[in-house]
Structures are given as C-alpha cells and as structure tokens.
Design a protein around this ligand. Sequence first.
Ligand code: HEC
Length: 176
Amino acid sequence: MKKLLFLSGLAVLASSLCISRAQAPTESSHSVWDGVYTEEQAKRGEPIYQKECASCHGALLTGGESAPALTGGSFQANWNGLTLGDLFDRIRKTMPQSKPGSLTRQQDADVLAFMLSINKFPAGKTELYRQSEMLKEIRFETKKPAEKNQLAFDSCLSRRDQRSSPGSTPFFRASS
Ligand code: HEC
C-alpha cells in the first residue's frame, strides 16, 4: 500500500512536471547556455587574452602563482547565479590588474567570449554585447538548464508509455 502511494505520488509529480513544461514552452530566460557569443568572437578574443591576461592567469586559463583560474569548478562557483554583466564589469574595472581599464569594451567582450568558449558554454549566432546593462540580462549558470527540462520531458514520455502499456514501464520497474 505504501508503495502504491509512493508510485501515485511520483505520477502526480510527473504530471505536474508535464504541465509546467506545457505551460512554459518558450523559456524566456537567458543564460550562458543560450549561445550568447560567436565562435569568431572567441577566436578574436584569444590573442587579446594571451597578450593581456595569460601572463597572470595562464595560457590555458588555469591560473598562475598569484592569479586565480578563469575556468573550472571554483571559477564557475564564484560566478554561478551572477550575470555576465557582473563578470564584464569586474574585468573592465579591475583587469588587467597591472593596468585596469586599458582595454576597449570590444576587446573585453571578445576576451569574455573566449573565456566562455574555454568554459565550454556553447557558441551561437550573435556576438556578446558590449554593454553591461545588456550583459546583466544573461545569467551565469554552471548547470545547463536544459537538463532540468529534459528530465521533465522524460517523465512526460514515461507517462505516455505507462498509458499505452500499463505495468511494463521503466517507471514501474524501477520502483518495484
Ligand atoms: C598582472 C596580473 C594579472 C593580469 C595581467 C590579469 N589579471 Fe585578472 N586577476 C589577477 C589577480 C591577482 C586576481 C585576483 C585578485 C583580484 O581579484 O584582483 C585576478 C582576478 C581576475 C578575475 C576574477 C576571478 C574570480 O573568480 O573572481 C577575473 C574575471 C579576471 N582576473 C580576468 C582577467 C582578464 C580577462 C584579464 C585580461 C584582460 C586579466 N584578468 C589580466 C591578476 C591579473
């Protein structure tokens, strides 16, 4: 009986996930996972990075003796939940540490695009903005939001299976 309750609880959960997905088919939110820079821009940013940043942060962005890494777990954890505008401002106002503010907005945006590519965020069709206000609309998120959607989508699929062939769904098998 407990198991049945548990299963129906899961079914309710799954159906509510389906509903929330159905209600929000067009995700209006914007994050680093939406292809917010172009490959070409990242390529432009690389030589600027190597010239202006690599001496401290390392050619592979993995950090140096005194400067932190600009890729990997702790870097991403630092910025998770903030926006690209915050990161852009941080670079504009304090970097390169030896001569802050010496790069143009375009150069900073290109370097940021290069950093995003090294951090394995996908490239897209439009270049990164050069205005902090616009960049503040783009969330820096460590986890790909699509994974959450995919999960909801999978439960919707397994629910459909459940209807067509009762008792033989992965949903049931996994919990028995
Ligand atoms: C002279 C050495 C030096 C150079 C050159 C330099 N940085 Fe830094 N950078 C540092 C140091 C040291 C820190 C950590 C201390 C601080 O926050 O100022 C830092 C911190 C940062 C941070 C914050 C990292 C975090 O996780 O919070 C970012 C982003 C950054 N640098 C980007 C850049 C970029 C982009 C360039 C090139 C345009 C650059 N830096 C050039 C020394 C440098």
